[in-house]
Design a protein around this ligand. Structure first.
Ligand code: C2E
Ligand code: MG
Ligand code: MG
Length: 707
């Protein structure tokens, strides 16, 4: 049976409920009466201030509680009296319903926030909340926030300081962040670099500005979307405003992506320069062999469609002499001018290349007929033969041209180049400054040249060389004053080979040095035995001067034969004096000091500069036989002969007319005071035995009339 509940029961039950409620509040709680006496409190209140259970009693005065509190280390920042006065004032001033908050510092460095509210009849209800943890965690949050800001600043600096453009997009294609170089590279307006800007809008803008990403605008957008969708790396090179930009797309885990943008314009230009250098000649800027061969290979397809083309191989004449005598710096300048002249003769569709050294090539495409190629070759020969004026030097070179026609002379690059080269060879052996078409059988001619070269190496040992002598007749003396030694080669199989054919080969291979030495000895030996004191003339090649022992060789030849030096004449050509070459001039002076006479041979045939006559005191000028040949046809030949003879007189040099074949020619040069004549009109070159006969006959007075 249930006991009856009394009022006292109800009251004590209510008190218990209130206690339980007070204790369950998560903060300290107490009530102060109007007379500042403690009415009630909970355990949290005691715990906050560290009040032992028995020291806190109902009805305790505020003074007693404050004193106890201070003794326990609370409010260390204030004295108990100060704290009490302030507290009383705060409570006393708040007799309304509003909550007032005050912070206190309590033992253990904790921060307590008290809030009091006045309730009439009850007093002040005060709550005490320990804010220590809350404050600490908000401080951490503050610190974190500051740290994050610092990091952001650093990131910003890093992102903006890299030279590449950089931007990050989220999975929805919205811009998260981009740096300053990104905006600059594409010159993007502010609204497109703000976070949230859409990739589609940015791309749309760039295409409107004329961006070229390789294909069409749609192609690029489809590709980019595809790369984004598949979360893959991708790259693209695009052009905008004359600049080249490399874009690299890097996927991120969350579906977004980062793209980097690099202005590679300069790098590209550098690469283009390197590519250009690999295919062009550095000196002349013309395409080089590699590029030429490629262009030629490229025309092969056209040949299949019935087109015609021509390959011209060009070689400069006398260029080696320019290089050797005037130096490489001038040689280089000549090559540059040669390139400019060559280039000037061709059309836009033709290719002019420098294959190396003084070798050039022209690809003429397309052509209608072989005469087109001949026309160009003629123009090239002509333009190359006019003098080059470089650093005060008048330089005369010339060019020989070989032509191969495609497809007639070959359909492949290799054969065309080879055949044009063979044709060039022929042009050169024809006497230079001319052109020649390829002809079948030229290959055999080259083989023959090789045979000459190897045969020449053995000619001396095999006694295949001999000398003939051509008389020079003194017009005043009316007798043979000199005989020019001319070399002959009787090849074991091929018979007599003319010097014009083998001497250039001997010079190229430097075989002219031992051969020339043999000629000197042989000529001196022969002359000593002649019945008169006619001089002997020996031709010297510039190559012999380069061997540096020419003086000794001449001296030895004179010494061994016993020929007086005054009976020896040495003939040199203008090419030797192309530049004033100190060692060469020195050798000439030393030879002359021995008593040997020095003649300028073939004067007027090559470089034709009167300054050469001033550079050395020649004893004799031999006027080239081409003037004699042109005497009837060209009026100026006579004038030139006359001028040279006059010049010889005034410089104290005797003059010889070469190639006199007719009586008219003889009379013409005699009339102008020429001292000596040489030519078929008097005698061809004679074998040694006939020289004896001639000179002996000359001694017989009745035969004198012959001359
Ligand atoms: P060169 O020194 O001018 O020799 C004169 C050349 O003219 C000779 O030709 C001679 O046969 C030719 N000749 C003489 N009179 C006449 C004429 O009335 N009409 C024509 N059309 N020609 C005439 P060759 O013997 O064939 O010699 C050619 C060149 O070879 C020489 O020209 C000379 O430069 C060179 N040469 C010959 N022998 C030697 C040598 O021993 N050493 C060197 N280094 N060169 C030589
Ligand atoms: Mg000569
Ligand atoms: Mg001559």
């Amino acid at each position: 049976m249930k006991a009856k509940t009394t009022d006292a029961d109800i009251q004590s039950g209510n008190a218990l409920l209130l206690d339980a409620a007070l204790e369950s509040i998560p903060y300290g709680f107490c009530v102060w009466s109007d007379a500042f006496r403690l009415v009630m409190w909970n355990k949290h209140y005691r715990d906050i201030y560290g009040f032992p259970p028995r020291r806190i009693r109902k009805g305790m005065t505020l003074e007693a509680v404050v004193k106890l509190s201070a003794a326990l280390g609370n409010h260390p920042d204030q004295s108990p009296a100060e704290f009490l006065a302030a507290y009383k004032a705060e409570l006393g001033n708040n007799r309304g319903g509003a909550r007032a908050k005050v912070r206190e510092l309590v033992t253990g460095g904790r921060t307590i926030e008290t809030a009091h509210v006045y309730s009439p009849g009850l007093g002040w209800v005060v709550t005490h909340e320990d804010l220590t943890e809350a404050i600490a965690s908000s401080e951490i949050a503050q610190r974190r926030k500051r740290e994050l800001e610092r990091q952001n600043i650093r990131l910003d600096a890093a992102v903006n300081n890299i030279s590449q453009g950089l931007c990050m997009f989220d999975a929805k294609g919205r811009l998260v962040i981009c740096n300053e170089p990104y905006a600059r590279i594409y010159d993007l307006p502010p609204h497109l670099i703000r976070p949230g800007a859409q990739l589609d809008d940015i791309l749309g803008h760039l295409f409107e500005q004329g961006m070229n990403a390789g294909g069409s605008r749609e192609d690029y957008i489809i590709w980019r979307k595809d790369v984004i969708a598949r979360g893959e790396y991708g790259k693209n090179i695009h052009e905008l405003d004359g600049r080249t930009i490399l874009m690299q797309h890097h996927p991120m885990k969350d579906g977004g992506f980062v793209s980097t943008h690099e202005d590679i314009t300069e790098q590209r230009q550098q690469e283009a320069r390197i590519r250009h250098m690999a295919r062009h000649d550095a000196l002349t800027e013309l395409p080089n062999r590699t590029q030429f061969i490629e262009e030629l290979a490229g025309t092969e397809a056209g040949l299949g469609r019935g087109e015609q083309a021509a390959v011209l191989c060009i070689d400069l004449d006398h260029f080696k002499a320019v290089n050797e005598t005037l130096g490489h710096a001038i040689g280089d300048k000549v090559l540059k001018q040669v390139s400019a002249r060559l280039w000037g003769t061709t059309r836009e569709t033709d290719v002019v290349a420098r294959l190396g050294g003084d070798e050039f090539s022209v690809l003429l495409r397309p052509i209608d007929k072989p005469a087109d190629a001949a026309g160009l070759a003629e123009r090239i020969v002509k333009t190359m033969s006019s003098p080059f004026s470089i650093d005060g030097h008048q330089i005369v070179i010339g060019a020989s041209v070989g032509i191969a026609l495609a497809p007639a002379d070959g359909g492949t690059t290799d054969t065309l180049m080879k055949n044009a080269d063979l044709a060039l060879y022929r042009a050169k052996s024809k006497g230079r400054s001319t052109y020649h078409f390829f002809e079948p059988g030229m290959d055999a001619a080259i083989q023959q040249r090789r045979a000459i070269e190897s045969g020449l190496r053995q000619a001396l040992a095999r006694n295949e060389l001999r000398l003939v002598f051509q008389p020079l007749v003194g017009l005043e003396e009316n007798r043979v004053t000199c005989l020019e030694a001319l070399l002959r080669w009787d090849h074991a199989e091929r018979g007599a080979i003319p010097p014009a054919e083998f001497i250039p080969i001997a010079e190229e291979t430097a075989l002219i040095v031992p051969i020339g030495e043999w000629v000197l000895r042989e000529a001196c030996r022969a002359a000593v035995a002649w019945p008169t004191d006619a001089r002997v003339a020996v031709n010297l090649s510039p190559v012999q001067f380069k061997s540096h022992k020419l003086f000794e060789t001449v001296q030895a030849a004179l010494h061994e034969s016993g020929l007086p030096p005054t009976r020896l004449e040495l003939e040199i050509t203008e090419s030797l004096l192309l530049a004033e070459n100190e060692p060469t001039l020195q050798t000439l002076h030393r030879l002359r000091a021995l008593g040997v006479r020095i003649s300028m041979d073939d004067f007027g045939s090559g470089f034709s500069s009167l300054s050469y006559l001033r550079s050395f005191p020649f004893d004799k000028i031999k006027i080239d036989r081409s003037f004699m040949r042109d005497l009837d046809s060209k009026g100026d030949s006579m004038a030139i002969i006359k001028a040279v003879i006059g010049l010889g007189h005034s410089l104290g040099m005797s003059t010889t007319a070469e190639g006199v074949e007719t009586e008219e020619q003889l009379e013409a040069v005699r009339g102008h005071g020429c001292n000596e004549v040489q030519g078929f009109y008097f005698s061809p070159p004679l074998p040694p035995a006939e020289v004896h006969e001639l000179l002996r006959a000359e001694l017989a007075p009745r035969l004198r009339r012959v001359f």
